[in-house]
Design a binder for this molecule. Sequence first.
Ligand SMILES: [Zn+2]
Length: 76
Amino acid sequence: MPLYEYLCDKCGHKFELLRALSDSGEAAPCPRCQSPAKRVLSSFASFSKDSSGQSTPVGGSSCSSCSSTSCDSCHL
Ligand SMILES: [Zn+2]
């Protein structure tokens, strides 16, 4: 199971918890004050989301042998 980081809004306690992926979006009980703590999104998760979003427009437009935005003129 993956390890997730949680931050309690109420007491500010930060803790790690092993949870199933399907449970990761739900609040976890704080071990200090028992109030529901929200998951902290790691920098790795936000980085992978950014890189996949940026790589999308690169592949779609033209082939490497022509400089136009479509390959209608190069017949490849
Ligand atoms: Zn707490």
